[in-house]
Design a protein around this ligand. Structure first.
Ligand code: SF4
Length: 330
C-alpha cells in the first residue's frame, strides 16, 4: 500500500541477526529476518502468518522496541525508530504502541491485583491523579467486558479468556494507536478465540486502532485481518488483501498453509500438514528457502532467491513461478 499520512507503520528492508554458539565455540550470526518491507495503515489490521520459527514474533518485538534490528528501517507514525534518534523517537511514540502477548497467564503477575496491573502503565506515564487513574481502570475493565470490581481481584480468579481481556485492557490504558497482537488467542479454546477476536475488532471500530495480528492459525487471521503477509523462514513470501489471498493463494507455501486449514467437509480429502519441516536458520537452503518442500520446484529455485514483486495492485509474491518473464531469453 502507498505510504500516506494515515500510515501507522512503515517497514523497509528489515533484517535481524542473532549471535549463536555456546562456550568454547566460535559465535556465528544467524539471520532470522531478511529484507522485510510492508506498511500498516491507520485503523488497519495486517495479519502476519507462518509456521513456528518463521520470525513472526521477532517482527512484533522489533515494532514495539523490545529488539533493535540489525538492518533496514522502521517508522512509526512518521518517526524513524531505527535511526540515530531511535531512543528519543521511541520515547515520543511509546504510549501509542502497545503489545498483547500470547500467554495471558505469564503476562499478569499472580501476586498483583488486576487493577494495579492495568494501572501500571498509567502510573509510569504519570498523566492521571490517583482517583482519575482508578476510574480509568474500571472504565477499561468495562470496555473489555469485565465487571468494574474485577480490579480488586487476582489473576488466578479469572479464566484464560478473561485474563486475555485484562491484558487487552492494560494494553489500552494509554489509548494507543497501534497494537501488536502476538498469537493473542492461540492459548484459548475455540469459543474464547471468537470472543477475543470480536472484542479486538470492536475496539478497532471504536478507537481506530491499527493491529499487527501475528498467528499461525489461518482461520483466525481470516476473521480479523484486512491484509495478510505470509512469512517463511524469515522472509515474506506473499502479501495480499484478505479476500484475494484466501480465494486465490499464489505462493506454493500460502497454498500449503490454506490446504492445512481444518475443513468442515469430511468428504474432502486434504493434507492436514505441510510435508517436510521448516529449515534450520543455521543452515538454510540455498536459493528459494521453500524449495526443499515445494511441489513446483524448478532448477533456478535452488540457486536464485526470488524477490518479492508486485504482480497486481496490493498483491506481492516472491516466487519464480511469477517471475518467469525475467528469465525469458530474447
Ligand atoms: Fe517453489 Fe520455486 Fe516458487 Fe520457491 S521459487 S516457491 S521453490 S516454485
Amino acid at each position: 500500500m502507498p505510504v500516506t499520512s494515515e500510515t501507522s507503520v512503515e517497514v523497509r528492508d528489515l533484517t535481524m541477526s542473532f549471535g549463536s554458539g555456546g562456550a568454547g565455540r566460535r559465535p556465528t550470526m544467524v539471520q532470522v529476518l531478511h529484507d522485510l518491507t510492508f506498511d500498516i495503515g491507520s485503523a488497519e489490521t495486517l495479519g502476519l502468518v507462518g509456521e513456528s520459527g518463521s520470525g513472526k514474533s521477532t517482527v512484533g518485538r522489533i515494532l514495539v522496541g523490545l529488539l533493535k534490528p540489525t538492518g533496514g528501517s522502521v517508522r512509526l507514525f512518521g518517526r524513524s525508530v531505527t535511526g540515530a534518534d531511535r531512543a528519543a523517537n521511541f520515547a515520543a511514540v511509546r504510549s501509542r504502541v502497545q503489545f498483547v502477548f500470547q500467554d495471558p497467564h505469564a503476562a499478569l503477575n499472580p501476586r498483583i491485583r488486576v487493577g494495579h496491573s492495568i494501572a501500571e502503565p498509567i502510573d509510569i506515564a504519570g498523566k492521571h491523579s490517583r482517583r482519575d487513574r482508578d476510574d480509568r481502570v474500571r472504565q477499561l475493565l468495562e470496555l473489555v467486558g469485565l465487571p468494574r470490581d474485577s480490579a480488586d481481584r487476582f489473576p488466578h480468579e479469572f479464566s484464560g479468556g478473561q485474563r486475555q481481556r485484562i491484558v487487552i485492557a492494560r494494553a489500552l490504558s494509554l489509548s494507543p494507536d497501534f497494537v501488536v497482537c502476538d498469537e493473542p488467542v492461540s492459548a484459548l479454546d475455540v469459543s474464547m478465540q471468537a470472543q477475543i477476536v470480536n472484542l479486538l475488532m470492536d475496539l478497532q471500530d471504536r478507537f481506530g486502532l491499527s493491529y499487527l495480528f501475528i498467528a499461525h492459525d489461518m482461520t483466525v487471521v481470516r476473521a480479523i485481518a484486512r491484509r495478510v503477509a505470509v512469512m517463511y523462514a524469515g522472509s515474506i513470501v506473499e502479501i495480499a488483501r484478505n479476500a484475494d489471498l484466501y480465494a486465490d493463494p499464489l505462493h506454493p507455501y500460502t497454498r500449503a498453509l490454506l490446504d492445512a486449514m481444518p475443513r468442515p467437509d469430511p468428504t474432502r480429502i486434504r493434507p492436514r500438514t505441510i510435508p517436510g519441516e521448516v529449515p534450520s536458520l543455521l543452515a538454510p537452503p540455498s536459493g528459494c528457502r521453500f524449495h526443499t518442500r515445494c511441489p513446483h520446484v524448478m532448477p533456478r529455485c535452488r540457486d536464485e532467491s526470488p524477490r518479492l514483486l508486485e504482480i497486481a495492485p496490493g498483491r506481492q509474491v516472491a516466487c519464480h513461478l511469477f517471475t518467469a518473464a525475467e528469465t525469458t531469453e530474447p
